[in-house]
Design a protein around this ligand. Structure first.
Ligand SMILES: O=C(O)CCC(=O)C(=O)O
Ligand SMILES: [Fe+2]
Length: 458
């Protein structure tokens, strides 16, 4: 049967490409210069938290790691070490020892749905995106109603059993971690898990073949994960990097430890305003400063805007945000163009206002005033923990494997501003977004090297 160009595209696996392109990668895999990997700072590393320590100590360490990194290793986590090894082994066996024709029988069809289960390479729908140097197998594992092991590899023979056991243990660890994260914010331990609801868990095994031009490519472009919390293991080849203070930091593989990555829904999970202490507030302010957002009370009045009510709102603001020493243009038009051209900038701006970027630009005029009033009392804390921006790099000599276990809300869960913030004088002004829509945005627009929470901006 003749295979159409489109079908061929669907079936091209990076592993086959790597065997044929020994010198040069195809143009579609070449990243823009600003996205290419550079030499990561060797000295820093994400924190390691020993979960067997006292609850108070662990809580404090988790809080600090979430504020400063959004990513950390956990050791002595209670997850069976043998199962971590088994998972890495069956993953490698499938990618390296199963014939390509057999692997292709599990191909996922990204035309049918986003994040389709199965064997694939290309995640984003848009045709003009630069491609990742990666193949993957995505498994839908929880809730049990989504679990259909017959859709998972039959090779090696224990593959399906390992995935099922791995999924159950990962769920338990995710629950422990979310309760620690809740407690570290002074919230009841079940608070974030309740906000997330029943876990939708996916396990993605990623396989990065050796790449002839690692300096031009990325195994996986920069992004933050969409759900609540991701737990990740790598085998012994380094490739994961986390962004910290505008610097990419290598996450070295530790065979017995598990990487925890905060995902977007944890960043915007509701926080209890009564729990915000002066000390936390100070930390939040320092945190924003660390992100290059300088509050400058000396600067007043900024922009020319068309809408009078919007101008009045702005005039009521005694200060203006500057970033890296430069005053931000915050007129409505400016924001609109940030949305299109400089989403990161816009996201920071919204983030400073505690809006978690969960706001359509056209509605910006309405909430600004009320938001400003509450900013230092309540809302800042909402963004205190940031989801980790991360990516994977490639290397010329060795294949690399990682296993990421995502814990997400149900597609029907509504992401909305913290209910604590809604009062008569400050009614909800934000578009409510269902998690499913959020996911669709990500797959159609792509993270574009930015945190995918930006996808919520219209
Ligand atoms: O391969 C890695 O280490 C990163 C994987 C990842 O970030 C993802 O699958 O979302
Ligand atoms: Fe990720």
């Amino acid at each position: 049967m003749e295979i159409s160009g489109e079908e061929q595209q669907q079936h091209i696996r990076v592993q086959s490409l790597a065997q044929n392109c020994k010198v040069q990668v195809p143009q579609q895999y070449v990243q823009l210069p600003e996205h290419r990997p550079n030499n990561a700072a060797a000295v820093k590393s994400i924190p390691i938290i020993d979960l067997s320590g006292s609850r108070t100590k662990v809580r404090e360490e988790v809080g600090q790691a979430c504020r400063e990194w959004g990513a950390f290793h956990v050791s002595n986590h209670g997850f069976p070490i043998q199962l971590l090894d088994d998972m890495r082994r069956v993953g490698l066996n499938f990618f390296e020892d199963c014939p390509m024709t057999d692997k292709l029988t599990y191909s996922c069809d990204s035309n049918i749905s986003f994040a389709a289960q199965g064997y694939g390479s290309r995640m984003l729908v848009s045709d003009d995106s630069v491609l990742d140097w990666r193949d993957y197998f995505d498994h839908h594992t929880l809730p049990l109603s989504r679990r259909d092991p017959s859709r998972w590899p039959h090779f090696p023979p224990n593959y399906r059993q390992v995935i099922a056991e791995y999924s159950d243990h990962m769920k338990a660890l995710a629950q422990t971690l979310l309760s620690l994260i809740s407690e570290s914010l002074g919230l009841p331990s079940s608070r974030i898990e309740e906000a997330v609801g029943e876990f939708y868990q996916n396990i993605t095994v990623s396989y990065y073949p050796p790449c002839p031009q690692p300096e031009l490519t990325l195994g996986l472009q920069a992004h933050s994960d969409m759900g609540a919390i991701t737990l990740l293991i790598q085998h012994d080849v380094m490739g994961l990097q986390v962004l910290k203070d505008d610097e990419w930091i290598n996450v070295h593989p530790l065979s017995d430890a598990i990487v925890v990555l905060l995902a977007d829904q944890t960043e915007i999970a509701p926080m209890d305003p009564n729990m915000v202490t002066d000390e936390e507030l100070n930390k939040a302010e320092n945190f924003l400063d660390d992100w290059g957002c300088i509050r400058d009370p000396a600067v007043t009045g900024v922009v020319s805007v068309e809408s009078t009510s919007f101008r009045e709102e702005l005039a009521a603001l005694p200060d203006v945000f500057t970033r890296n020493g430069q005053q931000q243009d915050i007129n409505e038009e400016g924001l609109r163009s940030y949305t299109l051209d400089k989403k990161e900038c816009c996201r920071d701006f919204f983030g400073d206002l505690g809006l978690s970027a969960n706001l359509p630009t056209s509605d910006l005029a309405l909430p600004l005033g009320s938001v400003r009033k509450q900013r230092f009392e309540i809302i800042i804390t909402n963004g205190l923990y940031r989801s980790a921006q991360h990516r994977a790099i490639t290397n010329a000599s060795k294949a690399r494997l990682s296993v990421a276990t995502f814990h997400d809300p149900a597609k029907t869960t509504i992401i909305s501003p913290a209910s604590e913030l809604i009062t008569e004088s400050s009614p909800p002004r934000f578009r409510q977004v269902t998690y499913g829509d959020y996911v669709s945005l990500w797959y159609t627009k792509g993270p574009e090297g930015k945190r995918n929470i930006d996808g919520l901006l219209i």
